[in-house]
Design a protein around this ligand. Structure first.
Ligand code: G4P
Length: 312
């Protein structure tokens, strides 16, 4: 896909490979094997994606495993994403004949939207069960997604009680667990990342939103890439947040980061900018939506070639 290809470099591939071991630990491989088995026993799957990076959070292994049953995509954290682009994404998935809803897992509305969408997706099956006098059987749904996408939060809201503990770091959900409501049995699978990243864009996007553990990343590089990426599509948000004029906004990424650090008074003795602190501040503020609602990926246009420019 051109959006991903655009920024691939040999150097990036090396960086990705270097991190593969940490990015795909043994428990993720085990989770995929369990998913292969469990998909046979459920009625449908619910794939949580991050609305800010729908493609980069769409794990091809999960896609492959869940393809054999009806599935619904939920674009979670839609409250952090650009609403206009989220609408485009919902249209994109639906035009490929997949159920898709945009949600905020923290809100009850999000859970209700998913419940209704699953019932819509499975209307045929539910009607058949009803006809066979099995209308009371619970709908079994496998819940999957990458680490930190909001599965625990979703389950808490969906099941109406604090059954799964939301945590502030990726990879906390360790084993599969069933969570039941009156009409659903939800099988919560631990978050799974990629076995191998094919593009720098995917790796970077996952890092930007916090799905890859920060302690294996260079935070300054992360922040510079983030600034560079976001200023292309949302220059006004970066400029507005850090009170930058057009000239400063156009600086090379390291100098831009320094300018922001200086403005924020993040200095060390001698008056130099503490770029590490500045980088962490930038990443934290982006993740907390302080820059504004931002989506880092646009849906590919139908019939897109693999090269050329993206829509802004
Ligand atoms: P996981 O099980 O998939 O690993 O994710 P988890 O539910 O632990 O959620 C990871 C973080 O994402 C949590 O934030 C959670 O509150 C947040 N989150 C989940 N869904 C949404 C959503 O739709 N919108 C927003 N804005 N945030 C969401 P945290 O900072 O780690 O924890 P907390 O401070 O919220 O307790």
């Amino acid at each position: 896909m051109k959006y991903q290809k655009k920024r691939e470099t040999d150097e990036a591939a090396q960086v990705s490979n270097q991190y593969n071991i940490q990015w795909f630990p043994g428990h993720m491989a085990r989770t995929l094997r369990v998913m292969e088995q469990e998909i046979q026993n459920v009625d449908a799957s619910l794939i949580l994606l991050d609305a800010r990076i729908p493609l980069s959070s769409l794990n091809p292994e999960i896609e492959r495993i869940t393809a054999r049953k009806p599935r619904l995509y939920a674009l979670n954290k839609a409250d952090l994403a650009d609403p206009a682009v989220t609408e485009e994404w919902v249209r994109y998935f639906r035009s490929a004949d997949a159920g898709c809803v945009a949600i905020n897992a923290k809100s009850r509305g999000g859970a209700a939207a998913v419940r209704a969408a699953i019932e819509r997706e499975l209307s045929g099956l539910l009607a058949r069960r009803q006809a066979r006098g099995m209308g009371g059987a619970k709908t079994q749904v496998m819940l999957c997604g990458i680490p930190n996408v909001g599965k625990s939060t979703f389950i808490n809201t969906f099941a109406g009680a604090a059954r799964a503990k939301a945590a502030d770091r990726p990879g906390v959900t360790k084993g599969k667990q069933w969570v039941s409501t009156e009409t659903f049995d939800l099988l919560d699978m631990p978050g799974v990342l990629w076995k191998k990243f094919d593009s720098r864009t995917i790796a970077s996007n996952l890092a930007f939103i916090g799905s890859i553990k920060d302690d294996i990343l260079d935070v300054e590089e992360l922040a510079m890439n983030l600034l560079d990426e976001v200023r292309r599509n949302y220059p006004e948000l970066v400029a507005g947040r850090y009170k930058l004029d057009a000239e400063t906004l156009a600086l090379p990424p390291y100098e831009l980061m320094e300018a922001i650090g200086r403005r924020r008074g993040l200095l060390v003795r001698g008056g130099e900018v503490n770029t590490e602190r500045c980088a962490q501040m930038l990443v934290d503020e982006f993740r907390a939506c302080k820059w504004g609602r931002i989506t880092l990926e646009r849906p590919p246009r139908r019939g897109d070639a693999d090269d050329g420019e993206d829509e802004a």
